[in-house]
Design a protein around this ligand. Structure first.
Ligand SMILES: Cc1ncc(COP(=O)(O)O)c(C=O)c1O
Length: 230
C-alpha cells in the first residue's frame, strides 16, 4: 500500500499486515465508484443500527436458534461474538478443546447421556470459527459434519476470515475441503469484502433447525401482536 506522511506529504510503499481488506477490494476503482454513487443517492448511513456486523450476526443467530435446555458445543478458541451469542441464548455451553474432534464427540456424548437421564429431548448445535481469528488455523469441516450430523446436532460455522480467501475461488471451507456446507454459515462483510454488514446463510431445511426457528418466529409474531394491541 501507499503510505502518505501527513507532516511532509511524502509517500512511500509499505507492506500492511494489519488490514481486514484481505484482497484490497477497498481500492478497486469500480467498487469505489459504486460506493460513491450509492452515498450520493442514499446518504452516508441507514440512520440507525441495522444488525450490520458479523458480531451481531453471530449473537442474533445463536440466540434465535438455541434456547434454555439446548446444548451448544463450542471450540475453546471461538470468537467473542460466538461466546456472547451462547450466553444470550441461555443454552448450556460445553467447550471442547481447540480443533479436537475426539473431545467434541466426548462432550456431545456427555450431554446426550445427561439429557437421556432427565427424560428430555436432546437438541444440540456445534459452533466453530472456520478460520480461527487468533491462530489462523482451519476448522476440520468434514469431521465436524460427520460428528455433528451423526449425533443429530446442527452445525454452524463462522466464515468471517474464510470468505474471499479460503477455497480455490474464495467460497470458504466447503470449497477448500470439497465437502458439504455446514447447516448454518455466518459471515461478515468487514474482512475480505472490505465493506460492512453481517450475513447468515441456511443451506438446507433441516428438521433440527426448523423446530427452534419456528418457535422463534411464533414468539416474535406473538410479541408483535401484543405490542400492536397495547
Ligand atoms: C471469527 C470472527 N467472527 C466474527 C467477527 C465479527 O465481525 P465484525 O467485525 O464484522 O463484527 C470477527 C471479527 O474480528 C471474527 O474474527
Amino acid at each position: 500500500m501507499l503510505l502518505r506522511d501527513t507532516k511532509d506529504g511524502t509517500s512511500r510503499e509499505q507492506v500492511l499486515l494489519a488490514s481486514n481488506s484481505y484482497l484490497d477490494l477497498a481500492n478497486v476503482p469500480e467498487l469505489k465508484q459504486a460506493m460513491a454513487n450509492a452515498v450520493l443517492e442514499w446518504g452516508t448511513g441507514s440512520g440507525g443500527a441495522r444488525l450490520t456486523t458479523g458480531y451481531m450476526a453471530n449473537v442474533g443467530t445463536i440466540s434465535a436458534l438455541c434456547g434454555k435446555g439446548d446444548y451448544v458445543f463450542s471450540d475453546e478458541l471461538n470468537h467473542a461474538s460466538i461466546i456472547d451469542g451462547i450466553r444470550l441464548s441461555r443454552s448450556k455451553c460445553l467447550v471442547y478443546k481447540h480443533n479436537d474432534m475426539a473431545d467434541l464427540e466426548r462432550a456431545i456424548l456427555e450431554a446426550k447421556d445427561a439429557v437421556a437421564k432427565s427424560g428430555a429431548e436432546f437438541r444440540g448445535m456445534v459452533v466453530t470459527d472456520a478460520v480461527f481469528s487468533m491462530d489462523g488455523d482451519l476448522a476440520n469441516l468434514p469431521e465436524l459434519l460427520r460428528i455433528a450430523h451423526g449425533h443429530d446436532c446442527l452445525l454452524m460455522i463462522d466464515e468471517a476470515h474464510a470468505t474471499g480467501v479460503i477455497g480455490k475461488t474464495g467460497r470458504g471451507l466447503a470449497e477448500h475441503y470439497g465437502c458439504e456446507h455446514a447447516d448454518v454459515t455466518v459471515g461478515t462483510l468487514s474482512k475480505a469484502v472490505a465493506a460492512e454488514g453481517g450475513l447468515v446463510v441456511v443451506w438446507k431445511k433441516n428438521p433440527v433447525f426448523s423446530k427452534p426457528a419456528a418457535q422463534f418466529l411464533k414468539s416474535l409474531k406473538e410479541e408483535l401482536e401484543k405490542s400492536q394491541n397495547n
